[in-house]
Design a protein. Structure first.
Length: 317
């Protein structure tokens, strides 16, 4: 039986979706959603949201996973009402849509994948959000964002769920030559250790924020916790760290960080999806080459990756 059969909402929603099939999102089925054909509708419910979120599927754009839904919960608990927000490496645009539902005044969507930009536009419309409050930028990291920010002013929040697959420079160059004809998984390739987009966010994000502005993003043990800690301290100032081998293996409420400029505000152990297993030898190579903490952990015969949801504030002028 198709595993999606158990989660399909057979009551079609006529407006604004016409006769398209609406699938009620089940986080336990997230791997299945990556192969859905173009134009189906995912319906996501969040306890803190006044209404459900609707997303159009596109085989060239990564569908929501636990990374995404946990980020959405944190955004819904954040105070972004009246603020200008960037959804960086936007993908489906769900983080920006949730920020708008939470009251953000403007959302700037940025992604290298042209299909992600198209899909973000569709999803903004599907959720009946004001056209005037969204900007969509096809951008290699922040390249196209900088000119827009120079014209309009800095932002108050950057939310991001960056891609995490390891990938080569040659693979990236292939994407740049022919951007329109790639499956979603290709757009998840992200430099040798899966860090290219994450590192751009850490090293450049602060320059786009107003004083007191914040970033909130998710990263993983597969990408190297020590490297993430090092870059966060270098570009954001001193943060909270664990005294364990893994410096990010903790979480605490943002309000309890004291004088720290950044902290892990949420931690989750997530079973390693099948599509990551081909990279296991490369993850182990990272441990040896960079002196990193273990990229995956095993519990009762199941491999898990650690997810770190990091929040940081711009205390610099």
């Amino acid at each position: 039986m198709n595993p999606l059969d158990a989660v399909v909402d057979r009551d079609r929603i006529v407006q604004p979706f016409g006769d398209r099939e609406v699938i009620t999102y089940d986080p336990l089925q997230s791997q299945c959603y990556q192969t859905l054909e173009l134009g189906k509708i995912l319906r996501l419910e969040f306890a803190q949201a006044a209404k459900p979120v609707f997303l159009e599927t596109n085989p060239s754009v990564w569908a929501p996973t636990a990374f995404t839904t946990e980020m959405c919960q944190l955004i819904l608990a954040d105070t972004c009402a009246g603020m200008r927000v960037i959804d960086f490496a936007a993908g489906s645009g769900i983080l920006g849509v949730v920020a708008a539902i939470q009251g953000a005044d403007q959302v700037i969507f940025s992604d290298l994948n042209p299909q992600a930009i198209v899909t973000s536009q569709h999803n903004w419309s599907l959720n009946q959000l004001p056209t005037s409050q969204a900007v969509f930028l096809e951008s290699n990291c922040f390249a196209a964002v900088y000119p827009y920010i120079e014209q309009t002013g800095k932002v108050d929040r950057i939310y991001s769920n960056p891609p995490t697959f390891p990938g080569t420079r040659e693979f990236f160059q292939k994407l740049m030559v022919d951007r329109e004809h790639h499956p979603a998984a290709d757009w998840n390739h992200n430099g040798r250790w899966g860090r290219f987009v994450t590192d751009a966010l850490i090293t450049e994000g602060r320059s786009l924020l107003n004083p007191g502005g914040e970033i909130l993003f998710v990263t993983t043990s597969k990408q190297g916790a020590h490297k993430t800690r090092q870059l966060m301290d270098q570009y954001w100032g001193v943060g909270m760290i664990s005294d364990r081998d893994d410096p990010l293996d903790y979480c605490l409420p943002w309000s309890e960080r004291g004088e720290a400029n950044w902290a892990v505000v949420h931690r989750l152990d997530l079973p390693l999806a099948d599509y990551y297993r081909e990279f296991l030898p490369l993850y182990e190579e990272m441990v040896t080459a960079l002196g990193e903490a273990e990229p995956v952990i095993e519990k009762e015969g199941v491999l898990y990756q650690k997810l770190y949801f990091i929040r940081a504030i711009n205390h610099f002028q």
